[in-house]
Every structure is written in structure tokens, then in C-alpha cells.
Write a protein that binds this ligand. Structure first.
Ligand code: LMR
Length: 408
């Protein structure tokens, strides 16, 4: 009966994590998946999270069902974090927010909503983007288009190419944008470039869909959300997905949010109702434990402050790993300018390595990275960063030798 089922080729990111777990090499480095490791090479349990978990143990509550839209305390916290405290749109009740199963859950629920209410709109994603964006959106029945984003020559954003494409999109096209810490390139728009993009989105009546998975890892919690705030200041309809996996180091708890900024409270009420109905047909209601932990941290002033300090520590550590990587690479190849490593932001960086070079690094050096050449800089520690940098430099030096020999 099941002979027609084909085998699964695997996921470029998650399957790599499985291979890493099975690798017994001492000193192996996981730069594949977006996981933040501390300097001891461990995925940290944040102190703020530990305190909240203890507070929950001291005051046990029944493990009842959450409503379809999730924990209301968490939903309020999401609105404060994403849109800022006392934002007009939130105060006026114009934002429909649900708790979701991580950022991926938010994307899927939004995709189902878009399919139902904007059946003629395609979703436009950056070239390149997170490996799962396209399959996730297409699996919900959406058409997906691509706008230029990364310029390999400048190792930055191709802003003119991006603007030209956005300018040609039909009204009500959905444009998926990452407000900060772009996955996979680490290249973000500058504030001026955001102003240009926001102007075009407004003039052409495009619908921004902001996917924010790394809030706090770029420049700060408010700074990283500032492109979203620019959009809502224009009274535009905006979709926002956010994830707590990274900034709470709570990957497996799967907590995220989906917010839709609407024209008025009446529309927001109806949108919320439809989001609930979509949730009911997929998983009924989201899980409780991680949501309670996050709401407890965010509501308590002391724990909240502790969490902000912990995010800052993670952000600073990522930046220092970028610096070490750059220094060792430039020291190993004096002709090399690796400044892109310190200008890019967040967990990820594009190295420009070919798939074959990434396989070589995996097989010969037990250094795991995504085939696209993306590395997760947050997977580096003071111990492994020099070894990784030397291995990267070795690959690049080999490439230069081949180029010198073959003339290409
Ligand atoms: C990543 O891009 O590595 C993370 O967002 C994890 C994932 O689910 O792919």
C-alpha cells in the first residue's frame, strides 16, 4: 500500500544537525543550525529562564488547555516586545496576536491565512533566504517569487536590485522581510535603506511580512525591531512572525508569535477569529510550559532585567567570535579582506564557500556548515574559533592555488 512513498532527501539544516550528533570526532564544531553555544560549548540555560522555571515549580498550576490563540499574558508581552510599549496600534486594539509553535508555526498559520484571504497574491522572499521559507510557504499552497538581496561581489545587500523588483510587484503582493540579523547572509539594510523600502511598500500598496527570529542579537531589542515600527507608523497592514527560540535559548519549547496589524479594532477582532480557526484545524491550541516561562520572565521586572542583560552577553559574544574569525583568517591569508565578518550581524554569516568545500570541511575537519556556505557564528567558542578560522583559511588558500594553476 505504501510502495509509492518516496524517500525523504532530508532537510539542509535539520538533517545536518542529526549528522553532527552522530559524529564522534573530538573537537567537532556545529556551525550548521542556528543554535547559540556559550564559551564552554554548551547551549545555555539562561538564569532568567531558570528563575522563572523555579517560580513555576514553587506555585504549580494545572496543565489545562490554552485557548486557540495561546496564553493571553504572553500575547501581551509579544506586543510590547515587537511593537514597543504603549504603541498606538496596540492601544487602539488594532493588533491581532496569537501565540504560535515557534516562528515556523507563525509562518505556517500566516501562510494559511494569506492563502484564504489573498488568493491572488504571491509571497516574495529574498534571494537567498532561510532554507525553509520557500518549502513552508509553498506547502500552504502559496506562489513564491524572489527579490534580489545578497550581492556576492560587495558581500552586502543589493539594495538597487531589491528596490527595482519591489517597484514592479503587483498591488497586495506579500513581501517577506527580515528586520534584523538576516538569515542566511547576516547582511541587513541600513536605516536609510529601510526608509526607501518602507516608502515603496506604502506607495505600491504591498503587504510587508516581517519575520523576526533573532530579536536582540543584532543591535538590541528595540533597535532590531525598528523596521517593524517604521511600518506601523505608516498605518500599513503588516504581518509579523517572531520567535523566542534564540533569544530565550528555549529552542525545544517552540514558542513564537504571529501578529497582524490591522486598520482598526473591528478588523483585528475578525482577523484574530480567523487565525484561531486556522489553529484549531492544525493543532487546536499551543503548548503551555514555554509560554508560562517566557511570560513569567517578561512580566517580572527583576527577571526581565536579568534576561536583557543575558541577551546583551550573547550579542557581545557573537560579535567577539566574528572578530576572532576575521583576525585569524586575515592572518592566515594576508591578501584577504574578511571585514564582512564584522559588518554582518546576528548568528549567521555567508562565507561564499561552495557545497564541495563545505563537504570537505565536514569530512576532513568535522566542521559542520550548511551547503550554501552559511555558518552560524554563534556556534563558535574561544576554544574552537581559531581552529575553524584556520580550516576556513585553508579552504580559501586551496581555492586560490587552484585559480592560480588553472587561471580561473
Ligand atoms: C536555522 O536557520 O538554522 C534555524 O532557524 C533553525 C531551523 O529551524 O532551521
Amino acid at each position: 500500500m505504501l510502495d509509492h512513498v518516496g524517500s525523504y532527501a532530508g532537510d539542509p539544516i535539520l538533517s545536518l544537525m542529526e549528522k553532527f550528533a552522530a559524529d564522534e570526532t573530538v573537537g567537532k564544531a556545529n556551525l550548521g543550525i542556528g543554535l547559540y553555544y556559550d564559551d564552554n560549548g554548551r547551549i545555555p540555560i539562561l538564569c532568567s529562564v531558570g528563575e522563572a522555571a523555579q517560580a513555576l515549580r514553587n506555585n504549580p498550576q494545572p496543565h489545562t488547555y490554552l485557548p486557540m490563540e495561546g496564553l493571553s499574558r504572553l500575547r501581551e508581552c509579544i506586543q510590547d516586545l515587537v511593537f514597543g510599549k504603549d504603541t498606538d496600534a496596540v492601544r487602539e486594539g488594532r493588533v491581532a496576536t496569537i501565540q504560535t509553535i515557534g516562528g515556523s508555526g507563525a509562518l505556517h498559520v500566516a501562510a494559511r491565512f494569506i492563502r484564504a484571504y489573498f488568493p491572488d497574491s504571491a509571497v516574495w522572499i529574498s534571494d537567498p533566504t532561510w532554507d525553509n521559507h520557500r518549502p513552508l510557504l509553498e506547502s500552504a499552497g502559496l506562489n513564491v517569487g524572489v527579490y534580489p538581496y545578497y550581492d556576492a561581489k560587495t558581500q552586502g545587500v543589493d539594495i538597487e536590485g531589491m528596490i527595482a523588483t519591489l517597484n514592479g510587484l503587483p498591488e497586495k503582493s506579500i513581501v517577506l522581510l527580515q528586520p534584523s540579523c538576516h538569515n542566511p547572509t547576516g547582511c541587513d539594510l541600513t536605516p536609510d535603506q529601510w526608509d526607501r523600502v518602507v516608502d515603496i511598500m506604502e506607495q505600491r500598496r504591498l503587504i510587508p511580512f516581517m519575520d523576526m527570529a533573532y530579536q536582540g542579537f543584532g543591535d538590541g531589542l528595540n533597535e532590531d525591531a525598528s523596521p517593524i515600527r517604521k511600518l506601523i507608523a505608516r498605518s500599513m497592514t503588516v504581518f509579523v512572525s517572531n520567535s523566542f527560540s534564540k533569544n530565550f535559548s528555549l529552542y525545544g519549547e517552540r514558542v513564537g508569535g504571529l501578529s497582524v496589524v490591522c486598520a482598526n479594532a473591528d478588523v483585528a477582532g475578525r482577523v484574530l477569529g480567523q487565525l484561531k480557526s486556522i489553529v484549531r484545524t492544525i493543532y487546536s491550541s499551543p503548548p503551555l510550559h514555554g509560554a508560562r516561562i517566557i511570560a513569567t520572565v517578561l512580566e517580572d521586572p527583576t527577571m526581565h532585567q536579568m534576561w536583557e542583560a543575558e541577551i546583551e552577553q550573547m550579542r557581545v559574544r557573537i560579535k567577539s567570535m566574528r572578530k576572532i574569525l576575521r583576525e585569524v583568517m586575515e592572518a592566515n591569508i594576508p591578501s584577504m579582506d574578511a571585514s564582512y565578518l564584522t559588518t554582518q550581524r546576528g548568528m549567521f554569516s555567508y562565507t561564499g564557500l561552495t557545497p564541495e568545500e563545505t563537504f570537505w570541511l565536514k569530512d576532513e575537519k568535522a566542521i559542520y556548515m550548511v551547503q550554501s556556505g552559511r555558518i552560524c557564528v554563534a556556534g563558535l567558542s574561544e576554544q574552537n574559533a581559531p581552529r575553524v578560522a584556520e580550516a576556513l583559511a585553508e579552504v580559501m588558500a586551496r581555492r586560490q592555488q587552484v585559480a592560480a594553476l588553472t587561471g580561473c
